[in-house]
Structures are given as C-alpha cells and as structure tokens.
Design a protein around this ligand. Structure first.
Ligand code: ZN
Length: 332
C-alpha cells in the first residue's frame, strides 16, 4: 500500500491513574507485567510515566500510565477508548480466574465471542480491562518476564485488541480505513471492526457507536491515547505528511527517547499516536535493569532536582524506594 508503509498493530496504550503506588502494585503484583521504565510525563514532568510490558518491553505488550495523584475519575462515553483487552493462552483461563479471585477482583462470567473466551474486570480507578483466551495467543512474539509473579506459561500475551466508543462509526471507520490503511473486517448497525497489518491478535480495533450515550471524559481509569506501531522513521513521516495533507492536525515528530511519536485526533475525538518500534527501552538502561530507577531523557536531566522533590515516593516490588533522595515535605 502506498510506499509500503503500514501500521503493524498496537504499540502501546496509555491511560490515566490517580495513585502511583496502587497502580504499580496492581499491574506488577496482580497482572504480573514487568515495570520496564520509570520516567516522567515528558509534557508534564512533575508526574510519573510508568511503562508495563513483557521482559523486553516489546511493542504490543506495553500498557503505560500517567498517575496524577488525586485526579478525577474519567467518564466512559463518546470520544473515549473504553476497554483494553489482553491475550492469554486458552489453557490459562482457569489460572487467571483463580488469580483474580484470590485478589478479590470481581470479573464477568466468561463469554464465548468471535475473539475467544472473554472475561471482563476492572483495574484500579475502575479501569476497564479484559482477558481474551484464544488459541493464537501462544504464537505471539512476546517474552514473559522471568521474575513475574505469574508463571511464564500464563504471562499476558500482549494486547489482543483496542476498543473505542464514538458518536459515528462511519466517520471513525472511514479514518481508519482511508487515512490509516486499516482493513474493515465487519460492520454492524452500531459497531465495526478494523485490522492493521496482518490482522492478527494485537492489530484489531473495535469501533462502537451505540446510540444514546453522552460524551466521555478522559480522567483516572480511562485511556489517554492509543499508539499504533510502524517499523521506522520513513513510515512515520509518510503518515505525518498524509495526515497533514488531508487537513488533520498532527504534531511534529517527537523524540520520546525509547521511540519517536506523532499524535493526532481521529474524527470521533480519540487521541491516536503513531510510534516507531525502536530504538527500545534498553537505550538508557541495560536489559536486566529495566525499570529499576527513575530515568529521565537527557533534556530533562538538568531538572532532576525539582522533579525528584515533587514526585511522590514509590516502593518497587523489591522494596527499593524511588526517588531515593526523597525529602518528605509534610512530615507528620
Ligand atoms: Zn504514547
């Protein structure tokens, strides 16, 4: 297609949260993901940016959070991505149901769908999550985290699909198909499915447009943006020029250190990003030490002093506290 520039599938999904420690304890301690990078929101460096993924931080496995202490809950509705779906192997369903139960997490009755067996539950801040048990999950190229509390055979196999709720399936679908080059898989009266690249698990997006909803609001417990993966800079520039030529607002290419990004809104107001696969999370930390300390891109390093003073202190699963030089400004 065009220059051969295609979107491969999901790169990462970024959401908002209200408590960094609760967030970390859940995604590492309960879901068993590896915290592969502790950094700050580069557009608002007084706030953390946590990246949870597989052992290597592979694109397609990476759920990230901006934990803004005490922010309001988001509201699901038009213009918001409404649930995040993780793949698990078919044989892992019983393990996961037992694991969720053991942490007192309520989940929906497992339901057979075109994707596989789906179980829905909520993370902290009532963030809507789901597990999709399906047989292709084992074939996905992901690397279970060796130190995960979840045994490697049950480790989450990356994202299965994204889901957005918008006022018009037609407009949001047109954008996916005609602007971003997705394929329409099916279409109903108030939903449609599209796929990027090879169309397998991790490259699917469901567009929902049920009547009678209100406009949503992005806040704690909702997705902030969905990032799609391209192979490199050439593909990213292609999409940037295409969006620009068609009159869509799109940011310049922004170097995020671990990948490069452009951002734009689709017609239903959901924020998308297109991110390059590399260079990856090991550019500034050795692979075995990913996520073991607060990492800042070099352009924020001169500001480390105030950043470390303003960030709330967190405790990693190994007991290490970050920032280590933290001074409690409000001692009791
Ligand atoms: Zn992003």
């Amino acid at each position: 297609m065009w220059c051969g520039c295609v979107i491969r599938g999901l790169h990462h999904i970024t959401a908002l949260a209200s408590d960094p420690q609760v967030n970390l304890d859940f995604y590492v301690g309960v879901l068993g993901l590896r915290l592969v990078k502790i950094s700050v929101n580069q557009d608002d460096p007084g706030v953390y940016h946590f990246f949870y993924a597989d052992e290597k931080g592979s694109p397609g496995t990476d759920l990230t959070f901006f934990p803004y202490v005490g922010i309001d809950r988001g509201v699901l509705g038009y213009g918001v991505s409404t649930r995040v779906y993780f793949s698990i192997p078919l044989d892992s369903l019983d393990y996961w149901l037992e694991r969720l139960r053991s942490f007192g997490i309520h989940y929906s009755e497992p339901r057979r769908t075109e994707d596989g067996v789906v179980v829905e539950f909520n993370g902290p801040d009532d963030f809507p999550l789901a597990l999709v048990a399906h047989k292709e999950a084992d074939d996905k190229e992901i690397y279970p985290w060796r130190d995960s509390p979840v045994p490697s055979e049950h480790f989450l196999r990356g994202f299965h699909k994204a889901e957005i709720t918008v006022i018009s399936c037609k407009h949001s679908g047109w954008f996916l198909e005609e602007v971003l080059g997705f394929r329409k898989i099916r279409e109903g009266s108030d939903s449609a499915r599209y796929a990027a690249g090879d169309g397998g698990s991790g490259s699917i997006i469901d567009v929902l447009c049920p009547p009678g909803l209100s406009t949503g609001y992005v806040g704690a417990g909702t997705v902030h943006h969905i990032a799609w993966s391209v192979d490199g800079d050439r593909e990213q520039v292609f999409y940037r020029e295409r969006l620009s030529r068609l009159g869509f607002g799109v940011t310049p290419v922004i170097d995020r250190k671990w990948f490069r990004s452009i951002y734009f809104r689709e017609p239903g107001h959901v924020l998308y990003e297109i991110a390059t696969k590399g260079p990856g999370f090991d550019v500034d930390e050795p692979p075995e030490r990913l996520g073991s300390d607060l990492v800042l891109p070099e352009w924020l390093e001169p500001q480390r002093g105030w950043i470390e003073r303003i960030l709330p202190q967190i405790r990693l699963p190994n007991g290490k506290k970050i920032p280590s030089r933290y001074v409690d400004r409000n001692p009791r």
